[in-house]
Write a protein that binds this ligand. Structure first.
Ligand SMILES: Cc1cc2nc3c(=O)[nH]c(=O)nc-3n(C[C@H](O)[C@H](O)[C@H](O)COP(=O)(O)OP(=O)(O)OC[C@H]3O[C@@H](n4cnc5c(N)ncnc54)[C@H](O)[C@@H]3O)c2cc1C
Length: 490
């Protein structure tokens, strides 16, 4: 007879295994810290943090993954506060961004909602769309209401009212910055939920976008409440702090290869096929991307429906090329926080962040330098990512030179690849996520969280972690109601 897998924690204490040590898994571990359970985080790679990572470029700690935290949702800043890091939060030095299109970098209209213009006069002044494109956009104000039938792509819904140019030159670059996806594939209801909601009560999308913005002339008030924030040590410094404050047992290089039901809970097979290790858990939080989550639940009787729905979620790959230039390399200092590049313009670059403009604290650690973060790669552009690091950096630098006139070589370069970096919220995403959660609910004590479900941004990931924590604690309470009063997620 084989011995039962070893248990972590005190005798009788329930064990929760968190699979995946990205921000979602680590947030879940932290939220479980006072719940009277033993928590073990199993991260497959040698490094914690998933899409959060920071390393030195040009003398500064510069994020290689996520770099800006949405401050208008409470979950991210709240978690940072709870772990005692809020003194390290800083606000952007500038938020004005541009679009590199039609031959130059043009100011992004201030009155727009994820690229959907709220003021067509302002849009005209930017020159981002042609006269024909503007004429087509103006039709939105007079077109009859659309007959809406279910979820639609962004191209279909926004393009239907405002025309292809607004989608291609405004909405696609902004949504591309978040999802690295294609508007003809992305779900309007899921990627622009606030606009979708506002549009239900209005005919014009321009009016719907305007209803979501502060009144015109309220720029002062807007400037005082920054939309984004970051940590002086980079958002990549968050995972280690979360792990340390969670009190959980945190293991790296601990790839979970198999999940199996046991009479008392779950057996997780961890590590290589040559030296597998079995661990017992009473409950399991799968905080991994959809593909590994699909593989794990597919092995469990009853998990087939969830596995199928999880496998439907596509992922886009990308790379971040971070370049440090001497200030003198720019004839004109780069202005604003950076610029976005429409896919239709066929450039290598997808987006550029002038990190030393956006985050002024970096100027102190990199005096005399401009640090520029170039984002490359969208869904369907995998070929460009097959170039080696040197070629990729050279292509990004050539586009940057064409856009800004920067001359000469960068003094420091870092290339970071994010294979399968961002889940795609394709048409039907809400229904897909409902099917995933319904399927996972058939597996007692198992919950999912992460970027694949309710939003790719860090606050949404943390919110999904809280939901997963609530689900597993509710399950554990049904097994040991006497302990329920002692368990309370923070
Ligand atoms: C380049 C880039 C820039 C971004 N910029 C921003 C930004 O500025 N602001 C923002 O809010 N968001 C941004 N995002 C999105 C955000 O960073 C991610 O959505 C979020 O960090 C995902 O966290 P997660 O924990 O859900 O998943 P992940 O970070 O993917 O973590 C999952 C972890 O699970 C591990 N894993 C996988 N399989 C297994 C297994 N079988 N066993 C054990 N471990 C496993 C992985 O190694 C990984 O560490 C960006 C994303 C990218 C790629």
């Amino acid at each position: 007879m084989t011995a039962p897998p070893p248990r972590a924690g005190r005798p009788g204490q329930p064990v929760v295994a968190v699979v995946g040590g990205g921000v979602s898994g680590l947030a879940a571990a932290f939220l479980l810290r006072d719940a009277g359970v033993a928590v073990i985080v199993l991260e497959g790679s040698p490094r914690l943090g998933g899409k959060l990572d920071v390393s030195e470029v040009g003398g500064s700690q510069v994020d290689a993954g996520a770099e800006a935290l949405l401050a208008r949702r409470p979950e991210g800043t709240g978690l940072i506060d709870a772990i005692g890091l809020s003194a390290g939060l800083v606000v952007p030095g500038t938020t004005s961004a541009g679009i590199w299109t039609r031959g130059q970098i043009r100011s992004l209209p201030r009155r727009q909602f994820m690229g959907v213009p709220a003021d067509l006069g302002e849009l005209a002044a930017t020159g981002i769309v042609s006269a024909e494109g503007l004429g087509r956009a103006q039709e939105d104000l007079t077109r009859p209401a659309d007959a809406l039938a279910g979820d639609q792509s962004v191209t279909s819904r926004v393009g239907g009212r405002l025309g292809a140019e607004v989608v291609d030159r405004l909405v696609e670059p902004l949504l591309g910055g978040v999802y690295a996806g294609r508007c003809e594939d992305l779900s309007f209801d899921t990627t622009l939920p606030a606009l979708a909601q506002a549009a239900r009560a209005r005919t014009s999308l321009v009016d719907a976008a305007a209803s979501l913005l502060p009144p015109a002339g309220g720029a002062q008030a807007r400037a005082e409440t920054p939309v984004f924030t970051t940590l002086t040590g980079g958002l990549g410094s968050l995972p280690a702090a979360l792990a340390a404050r969670s009190g959980a047992t945190v293991r790296t290089s601990a790839m979970v290869r198999e999940l199996a039901r046991t009479p008392g809970g779950w057996r997780l097979t961890v590590g290589s096929a040559h030296a597998p290790e079995a661990l017992h858990a009473d409950a399991v939080i799968l905080a991994v991307p959809a593909r590994p989550a699909s593989r794990l639940v597919a092995q469990v009787a009853g998990g087939e429906a969830a596995a199928t729905a999880l496998a439907e979620i596509k992922y886009a790959s990308m790379a971040i090329v971070t370049l440090a230039y001497q200030e003198s390399a720019f004839e004109q200092p780069p202005a604003g926080s950076g610029f976005l590049v429409p896919a239709v313009d066929g450039r290598t670059l997808k987006a550029v962040t002038y990190s030393t403009n956006k985050w002024p604290h970096l100027r102190q650690t990199s005096p005399g330098l401009h640090i520029v973060r170039c984002s490359v790669g969208r869904l369907g552009e995998e070929a460009i990512l097959q170039r080696d690091d040197g070629e990729l950096a050279a292509l990004a630098a050539a586009d940057l030179a064409a856009a800004t006139g920067v001359r000469g070589e960068a003094v420091d370069v870092r290339v970071t690849r994010w294979g399968g970096g961002l889940p795609q919220y394709s048409v039907g995403h809400l229904d897909r996520v409902a099917r995933i959660r319904a399927g996972v609910s058939l597996l007692p004590g198992v919950a999912v969280c992460g970027a694949a479900y309710d939003g790719v941004g860090i606050p949404a990931c943390i919110a999904s972690a809280r939901l997963a924590v609530d689900q597993v604690l509710a399950y554990l309470d049904t097994r040991a109601p006497a302990a329920a009063g002692r368990r309370e997620a923070r």
